[in-house]
Design a protein around this ligand. Sequence first.
Ligand SMILES: [Zn+2]
Length: 392
Amino acid sequence: MILSADYLVTGDGATVIEQGGVLIDGDKILEVGAAAQLIAAHPDQEVQTHPGCTLMPGMIDLHNHLAYIYGRAETPDFEKYPAIQGFFVAQRMLDTLRSGVTTIRDLASPHFMGVAVVKGRKYGFLKAPRVFTAGNGICMTGGHGSGLDGSVVECDGEWEVRKAVRVNAREGANCIKILTSHGYRGLEMSQEEIDAAVDEAHRLGLRVASHAGYDPSIQMSIDGGCDTIEHGTHLTIAQAQQMKAHDQTWVPTIYVFDYCYQLYTQMGLTNANEVYRYLEEANACYRENFKALYDTGVRIACGTDTDCCDHPKATPVWMECDYMVRYGITPLQAIECATKNGAEALGMGDQLGLLRANYIADVIAVQGKPHEDIKALEHISAVYQEGNRLDL
Ligand SMILES: [Zn+2]
């Protein structure tokens, strides 16, 4: 099968092919190039054209939570009937695919929901993106996320942390999430605990995502060898340079801070409220520092942090890209953050996140020209998952 469109963006941050095409065989991309040449070279292939569209890799959301239930009208029923959480997640997974996101990383959810989605998709019970899941997040006793209905386990000391990593691995998690700082200020996990989490996870072949909003947690997570720093709101230039040197990835989650800030504003909260003040400060950090941090060359990937609060839309990676462009990078660079960089952070940079020969055929058709106007990413007209066009 050959897909063709007015434009093709490979996801490498630079390449745009006018009248581009992708030749797909099974679940793999065989060739990428000018559509006319592909069609001439393979006249027997079915051609699916997407006029007015741009082809690009399926997007990747590195920071998601399945079935978090804060603040929704349905919350009491979620708590009473866990199956309703499953129905909710199935709906969210469909909406995620509709928004052009074909890979997500679930960084803590109740009831090993991420593992359930992976298995449910395998059994043919639901349509869902490719899911990496951390299972239970790991925090200190009383730490960030400890009140989250079984999503995060409390651990103190090296061996409790190692045990939690092993339990997650046993239950099917394929990455690990640690919560090293509080949501709004305050160090939580110790260096010894962070080091133990990373050592045990890496020993088992799992990458580690560290929730760290500010120092010293950011520096401790860098020093401990965490693979991704989540939020990193107060990341400094020197730290970004260290991360680049250590091949660590920054997942800034810009959108969610502004979204929460707007929620608080609508609720009538003001500077008198500590969280409101923190969100305002966080927004300023991203707005003022993002471009300079990007320019250090540190790998940056997209994370939406849905559904950490009552998000109206599932997995709005396009909105995260929109903030990145507003704060100084080009649409092509933002698309690279949403595709290639996410795949690299997952350890799949040699097979996912690019339109390139021998890569997995996760391809989306976007209406318009996202490489010129990033807001076009909101309008997805077709999604191909591992070579299959989804009926969404
Ligand atoms: Zn989160």
